[in-house]
Design a protein around this ligand. Structure first.
Ligand code: FES
Length: 90
């Protein structure tokens, strides 16, 4: 859910999470965009979906892989950018 009233948005951007195209706005964190679009975060060893826990960079539950570099990052601390590609299964 995004606040829709009495707020200003950054420029609209498009990113890809596990091949799914997501619309977001500059200034948003990747985790915000993923939550808004109900995109899956990583899975545990039993294949069950995990989600955000702390939303402040402490727990690593939101760890994703940024492509093409393969760099691991916390979605809750990573700002979106246009054309960004992300995987959650890495
Ligand atoms: S949700 Fe805990 S580090 Fe991102």
């Amino acid at each position: 859910m995004r606040i829709e009233r009495d707020t200003e948005r950054g420029r609209a951007v498009t990113l890809s999470v596990n091949g799914q195209s997501l619309a977001a706005f500059e200034g948003e964190m990747l985790a915000t965009a993923m939550l808004h679009h109900a995109a899956a975060f990583r899975r545990d060893t039993r294949g069950l979906e995990r989600g955000l826990f702390c939303n402040m960079g402490s727990c690593s539950e939101c760890m994703v892989t940024l492509l093409p570099s393969g760099r691991r990052a916390r979605a809750c601390l990573t700002p979106v950018s246009d054309g960004m590609e992300v995987r959650t299964d890495g």
